[in-house]
Design a protein around this ligand. Structure first.
Ligand SMILES: [Ca+2]
Length: 480
């Protein structure tokens, strides 16, 4: 009897897996042709591993290879030296959850179903925004379909209900915290004081152990577990997001710097050192050649109170986290893959966070089944003179309504920002005009609002924005 029941369950499982594969192979969604055919057993050891590293609130120039001179990032710089570095790379949003949603889906945050940060469960019930909707196809789901073992080590911040958690979004394994930030020693959420450390769905207690060190152990363990199949590790650092808690040796190292730069710098170097440990580990295991490493920060540096009003640096750019000025979204981004990608090269073409999804799909022979906004960066990576992939780029964060959201549209050097905000730390944020037009080729610091001088350009970009948001709202079935 029991055997029959097990057989019945197994049959259902096989039927369901076959049905899914059939859909993926034969019914590309919205007319998008899959990049290449695939099946879950195709991947083998020659298929590259993928480690996707995202830091949290790291400023636009806070790597030596992007301009910082007062903090040390030798390991991130090593990635740049051994790979390709982008100098005009944009996040999809200037805040955590929408940026992560775009990274994992290849879509703008609005099309991924996440206009704003995921609030705590009690607030989510009020807004209906519980996190990245389960039906969205994540990078983990795409790679899992191609035979990868998938793991998230670090921060999630894409929803707390069971159906929104990493294990329900394509990750075979999860170690880390569900919400936006934790104390790195107690692993309690810093605000309401809730403990937030999990292994898959199980809450675990490791008080006193620094979260960065725990993540390094976990990443190594994931690498070790995957001798016979390719792995995907999404390594989402919670640093240098506040609270600034670099290891004591780094705090000592930076004691000569002013505060809060020194606390911030210590946390950046703490992460950099952790990344170095994994780069060395890949070398030791002979896996470096065949492992794709992608690095980016999720949004600009924070000037919030809990960040001691600053610490990060956007260099020549205006704005920071929360702002659609360049300092909130223009970020360091690097890809290293020694087997296929050139070393020590720099690309100035505009590139987007959503581009990683199809880039990784192409490099791993995985199938993109959704209509995404990203485009594979390989033509640009391979040819420094390649044309920029994106003619027009859109941002919107807040809600699906433009009048109550911050939004931006960029075409060529022109960028029009609607309802722009500019947090100023301890000082009051300035009152800014509803429409702010800049030409980034002439004014990368976005000092001068050209809206009054170029009404035709405002009109053109406003129309592009309106057409786009109308289309997005229709697709997402947002009532007018
Ligand atoms: Ca962030």
């Amino acid at each position: 009897m029991r055997t029959n029941f097990l057989f019945f369950v197994l049959s259902l499982f096989i039927a369901s897996a076959e049905a899914q594969e059939h859909v993926a192979k034969n019914h590309p969604v919205n007319g998008v042709t899959p990049l290449r055919g695939t099946n879950p057993t195709k991947a083998n050891r020659a298929t590259p591993n993928v480690i996707l590293i995202m830091t949290d609130d790291q400023g636009s120039i806070d790597l030596n290879s992007y301009g910082a001179t007062d903090l040390r990032t030798p390991n991130l710089d090593r990635l740049a030296r051994e790979g390709v570095k982008f100098t005009q790379f944009y996040s999809a949003a200037p805040i955590c959850s929408p940026s992560r949603a775009a990274l994992l889906t290849g879509k703008t945050n609005l099309r991924a179903g996440l206009p704003n940060n995921v609030p705590g469960l009690e607030h989510a019930a009020r807004t209906g925004q519980y996190g990245l909707p389960t039906e969205q196809v994540t990078m983990a789901e795409m790679l899992k379909q191609n035979g990868y073992r998938t793991a998230l080590i670090g921060k999630w911040h894409l929803g707390e209900r069971t159906q929104n958690l990493p294990n329900a979004q394509g990750f075979d394994y999860f170690f880390g915290h569900r919400n936006g930030f934790i104390d790195n020693y107690s692993h309690f959420y810093y605000g309401p004081g809730t403990h937030d450390l999990y292994r898959d769905s199980e809450e675990i207690y490791l008080p006193g152990e620094h979260f960065t060190d725990l993540m390094v152990q976990e990443v190594k363990s994931e690498i070790d577990k995957n001798k016979d199949n390719p792995f995907f590790i999404y390594w989402a650092f919670n640093s240098p997001h506040y609270p600034y808690q670099g290891a004591p040796k780094w705090l000592e190292h930076y004691k000569g710097l002013p505060s809060p730069r020194k606390e911030y710098a210590a946390f950046v170097s703490d992460s950099d050192e952790a990344i170095g440990k994994i780069l060395d580990y890949l070398d030791q295991k002979g896996l470096a050649e065949n492992t794709i490493i992608v690095f980016q920060s999720d949004n600009g540096h924070s000037v919030e109170r809990m960040a001691n009003w600053g610490g990060g640096d956007a260099g020549p750019y205006r704005g920071s986290k929360f702002s659609l000025f360049e300092g909130g979204i223009r970020l360091p981004a690097i890809i290293r893959y020694p087997r296929k990608i050139p070393a020590g090269e720099v690309r100035g073409q505009l590139a987007l966070q959503m581009d990683w999804f199809p880039t990784i799909a192409e490099l791993t022979g995985s199938t993109v089944t959704e209509k995404i906004d990203g485009k594979s960066l390989l033509p640009v990576i391979k040819n420094k003179n390649a044309k920029t992939l994106h003619d027009v780029v859109h941002w919107q964060v807040g809600t699906y309504k433009s009048d109550e959201s911050q939004w931006a549209v960029r075409k060529g050097p022109w960028k029009l920002i609607g309802n722009v905000i500019e947090p100023m730390g301890e000082s009051k944020a300035p009152e800014l005009p509803k429409l702010f037009l800049v030409n980034l080729e002439e004014d990368v610091a976005e000092k001068n609002n050209l809206a009054a001088r170029h009404p035709d350009k405002v009109k053109e970009l406003l129309e592009l924005h309106r057409a786009w948001i109308k289309q997005v709202r229709a697709e997402m079935k947002i009532a007018e």
